[in-house]
Design a protein around this ligand. Structure first.
Ligand code: ADP
Ligand code: MG
Length: 963
């Protein structure tokens, strides 16, 4: 067997080498032994006492492993420490006591000279499972201490220790790399914030003193416009971005990025710190502090961590804030990775002008990424969930990114729409591409593993499949935009659409990845790979049974119960046939992968041949046809004979033969020829393993050489996935292509709410479509009408249509013409906003003020029942002030829903303000229904009493008008 020395879930740092590449001496082909005895353990495990505690403490000392753990716990005091000991990860002392129960693993007491030490552990291949609980569920930081084999001098220096233990990485929620529990459909962003230095701050006295309970979660006004640097990355893909922003829009930026962890400099100005923490805590972000050495505050310090350097002329475009944030981010990551090399993509500067900004309230009120019930991102009912038809994981991640930051470029939007148009028209092409996409793998994350020096044979095969899929897609596309073939009958519009597709496919790199794919296919033996996985599983099962053996020998019955709970699913019942299995190999690389490998395999074949002839000679000489030549780590090479037949006399001829283990029906003995031949076989295998590693390393290097190209291809595939996804959606739901322009108008005919519509249809109810036409002519629509008549739905649906259009999707309408929207603002009156704990009137007013301060003529504002949290008189005053400001100052497109019909009278003189309303249809006999259809005019009756009665409330009759 070759690369399967380490079981599949092994953490790749074991013994300082990469996953699957360590020749492990204890490995032997397939299992030839039912259980491994305690004595077979490669190194002292948790029951063994080290005899040489080298500490200066007086009095009895801990065994070395425990002392090493104690030291690491001190050094990494914010982390839960996991210490690798043989086949296990162990927790000691207070960590064992605290986390043992949380991880549902048994806490045992280890007796040492210095008293008993609590400890708990799990088999190493379950690391991912327990990391998930610690990091993802409990939000803990974890330090992983690995074993490193000491060389001869190290062994002497350490007083005879075979292993040294060092922390190789600390893992936090924002620094996951390829952990199996990572959500494949979401980015795992780590965000660093760098607020301005003290000199750039507004003077403290300017910061208004508003009572704290009123401003909970809001920011003093002078700080709002203070600039701040953002830098964020996803270690699993290497995507790295920076942006200059302001403290005022931090909440929205954080909502858009959705980081798992946020890093802040530890020496922050108090006022700034309070504001920032206020914003972040509100959204339950996990905040970590870190300090950056000042000499690291430059872009040149980034270079070692990037796949390519940022050219000097580009460097100068980054602002100081961005450089500071990026430096903090990279310093933090470097510290977490403890020297593990990483190659990030060069940073991309995101600029606020390039994308539509959706403020955090809109993000939530419009349920763009998650539903307001606090659902998971992408949860059912959100816009993302409703429109998503992507088939790849990385495509889904990109879709999330697009939906959270719609484009402001007509060119970008139109070329995305062109692709959707083509895929909608040509269903066969779309289905073929989807088929190929399904066969591709998440190469963004795969390639990142290789950049970290990880990446195993399976990853290479996944890469191979992805490259094959990419080639397939490239030829499909090429056939499609090959104009000469389609002929001159094509319309110029069609030609334009095809050009967009051509631009997309021109970004694909084909030649070099093709060569890489060929090398992978030539080198890796997929059958051998499968076989080696089977063997790994058996080995893992053995570790568990070994641990059970240890516990049976040394532990209490509680320990055993815990262990068997842990392993029930893992341990396979061994069948007797295991004894019969001939020693077999599962080499991951083909013999032909290198001339050297070819030669080594030939010599292995040779010694194998010798083994076969030795065996038949022995069978004959000893007259023992059941004789086999075997190996176990405990017994070494030995001959095995079955059956009651006494061969003692014939054995005598072989004077050197020594009995090792004899039962009633079997006999095992050493035989010198087999012993020396056996070790030749071992050596031959070891040489093959070493050569396989060398070849494998070359393959990895080839992947790294192609890093940039593979990543670019992955992005193209992601975009195609989204294009197909939008086309599928458009076909399913009868969406239309929106027309985007740079006017200040918004014309939607027959618009529908994408998610409410689906919800109603599920209940068998029909959705009433509505038109919306705001802009130069009627800038503000003031909408009145009864409760439950669809005002809020109408407001939101128009905002969602703008978002979808600028993302590059078709939209739920009969026709849509949209002048680019630079920012969407949503303010929902506090009565509708109760799920927030701080729904005070003050917050509502501050957020409203923020909108009035920021909205431009290109913006789109929806205000839903503003001013509800106070008396009607005050509410009307607030509402009027807003309308006045929006009308005269912001001059932006606005939909304004209110119960205060007095506002309609107060705004009569405003030429570009129009009144619309929804209605209740009353039928003779007192029954009524909501029309949900918007018409011009004002509806002065709230019909609240009707609704109340509908809800089953008994109203006091004499107060009702007309009874
Ligand atoms: P309002 O804000 O006027 O109180 P909502 O927008 O909250 O009303 O709508 C109340 C309910 O009416 C929605 O949950 C939905 O079930 C239904 N509704 C809203 N708009 C429509 C529509 N255009 N067609 C059909 N049903 C609708
Ligand atoms: Mg409403």
């Amino acid at each position: 067997m070759a690369l399967s020395g380490t079981p599949p879930y092994a953490y790749p740092y074991h013994h300082g080498s990469s996953r699957g590449m360590t020749p492990k001496i204890q490995y032997r082909g397939a299992k030839s032994q039912a259980t491994i005895s305690f004595d077979d353990l490669p190194q002292n495990t948790f029951t063994a006492e080290h005899s040489i505690p080298q500490t200066e403490d007086v009095g009895p000392a801990y065994p070395t492993v425990v002392q090493q753990a104690r030291n690491n716990m001190r050094k990494f005091d914010k982390c839960v420490l996991l210490t690798r000991v043989g086949g296990f990860y162990e927790l000691y002392f207070e960590h064992a006591e605290k986390y043992g129960p949380l991880l549902n693993i048994k806490v045992a007491q280890k007796k040492t000279a210095a008293g008993s030490v609590p400890m708990a552990g799990f088999p190493f291949y379950q690391l991912d499972r327990f990391l998930k609980i610690l990091v993802q569920d409990l939000n803990e930081f974890v330090a992983i201490s690995e074993e490193f084999a000491n060389d001869a001098s190290g062994t002497v220096k350490s007083g005879g220790l075979l292993f040294d233990r060092r922390v190789t990485r600390t893992i936090t929620p924002g620094t996951l790399i390829d952990e199996k529990f990572m959500d494949p459909y979401e980015n795992n962003f780590l965000l660093a914030l760098c607020p301005p230095g003290p000199g750039d701050l507004p003077h403290y006295s300017e910061i208004e003193k508003v009572p704290a309970e009123l401003t909970k979660g809001s920011i003093p006004r002078p700080l709002m416009s203070t600039s701040i640097g953002l830098a964020w990355l996803d270690l699993s893909t290497g995507v790295f971005s920076t942006q200059k922003s302001t403290i005022g829009s931090l909440a929205s930026a954080a909502a858009r990025i959705g980081p798992r962890e946020i890093v802040l400099v530890d020496d922050l100005e108090d006022a700034v710190k309070q504001s920032i923490l206020g914003i972040l805590e509100q959204h339950r972000h996990l905040v970590t502090y870190h300090s950056v050495p000042t000499q690291a505050l430059s872009m040149s310090s980034w270079t070692p961590m990037l796949e390519t350097e940022v050219p000097a002329e580009l460097q100068s475009t980054f602002t100081n804030e961005e450089v500071a944030a990026g430096s903090l981010l990279l310093a933090y990551v470097k510290d977490r990775l403890q020297g593990l090399g990483i190659k990030l993509q060069p940073p991309i500067r995101r600029q606020e002008k390039e994308t539509m900004s959706i403020d955090k309230n809109s993000m939530r009120a419009l349920e763009i990424l998650a539903t307001s019930k606090g659902g998971m991102a992408g949860g059912k009912g959100s816009l993302l969930h409703t429109v998503r038809r992507t088939v790849t994981k990385s495509g889904t991640r990109l879709l999330r990114d697009w939906i959270a930051s719609p484009s402001m470029s007509l060119q970008v939007i139109n070329s995305r729409l062109d692709v959707v148009t083509l895929f909608l028209e040509d269903r066969a092409l779309r289905e073929d591409i989807i088929g190929l996409l399904r066969r591709s793998y998440d190469s963004q994350r795969l390639v990142q593993k290789f950049s970290l020096g990880r990446g195993d044979a399976d990853d290479l095969i996944s890469l191979l499949r992805t490259i094959e899929a990419t080639n397939g897609i490239a030829s499909l596309l090429k056939a499609h935009y090959n104009f000469s073939e389609v002929g001159s009958t094509m319309s110029s519009l069609d030609r334009e659409h095809r050009q967009s597709l051509q631009h997309l496919s021109c970004r694909l790199w084909l030649e070099e990845p093709k060569a890489l794919a060929a090398r992978i296919a030539d080198a890796i033996d997929e059958d051998g790979l499968l076989e080696s996985h089977r063997i790994e599983e058996t080995e893992n099962a053995n570790i568990v049974s070994m641990a059970q053996g240890v516990l049976q020998k040394e532990g209490s019955s509680d320990d055993q119960a815990a262990m068997s709970r842990l392993s029930r699913s893992k341990v396979k019942q061994k069948t007797s046939t295991d004894h019969e299995v001939e020693e077999e190999d599962a080499w991951v690389l083909r013999r032909s992968a290198s001339p050297m490998l070819e030669g080594l395999h030939e010599s292995l074949d040779g010694v194998r041949q010798n083994k076969a002839s030795l065996m038949s000679r022995l069978r004959e000489d000893l007259d023992a046809p059941s004789l086999t030549l075997r190996y176990t780590p405990g017994l070494g090479h030995y001959c095995h004979v079955k059956g009651p037949k006494d061969i003692t006399s014939s054995l005598k001829k072989y004077g050197a033969a020594r009995d090792v283990k004899t039962t009633k029906s079997t006999r095992a003995f050493h035989q010198s020829e087999w012993t020396s031949l056996g070790s030749k076989i071992d050596q031959a295998k070891l040489r093959i393993k070493v050569e396989e590693q060398r070849v494998f390393q070359l393959l990895r290097e080839q992947v790294v050489v192609n890093l940039v190209k593979l990543r670019q291809n992955a992005v193209v595939l992601d975009e195609l996935d989204i294009g197909c996804s939008f086309a599928t959606l458009a076909e399913e739901q009868g969406l239309v292509r929106p027309v985007l322009n740079s006017s200040l108008d918004l014309k939607i005919v027959g618009g529908r709410h994408p998610t409410v519509k689906l919800g109603l249809e599920e209940q068998g109810r029909a959705f009433v479509s509505n038109d919306c036409s705001i802009g130069e002519n009627e800038r503000i629509w003031l909408i009145t009408g009864p409760n439950m008549a669809g005002k809020s739905t109408f407001l939101r649906q128009n905002a969602l249509i703008c978002v979808l259009a600028q993302v590059g999707s078709f939209v739920p309408a009969e026709h849509a013409e949209i002048g680019l929207v630079d920012q969407i603002f949503t303010r929902v009156g506090s009565a509708d906003d109760l799920f927030r704990d701080q729904s005070t009137f003050m917050v509502e007013m501050m957020e409203t003020a923020a909108i009035l301060n920021q909205a431009t003529a290109q913006s789109f504002v929806i205000m839903d029942e503003i001013g509800r949290g106070t008396t009607p008189e005050d509410g009307i005053a607030v509402g009027f002030a807003c309308l006045h400001h929006l009308y005269y100052k912001n001059r932006c497109r606005t939909l304004f829903a209110t119960h205060f019909h007095a506002l309609a009278d107060m705004t009569k003189g405003l030429e570009h303000l129009a009144c619309y309303c929804t209605d209740v249809a009353e039928r003779p006999g007192g029954s009524f229904s909501f029309e949900h259809r918007l018409r011009k005019g004002v509806n002065r009756s709230s019909h609240a009493l009707k609704v109340a009665r509908l809800a089953g409330m008994k109203l006091w009759e004499p107060t009702l008008p007309n009874g």
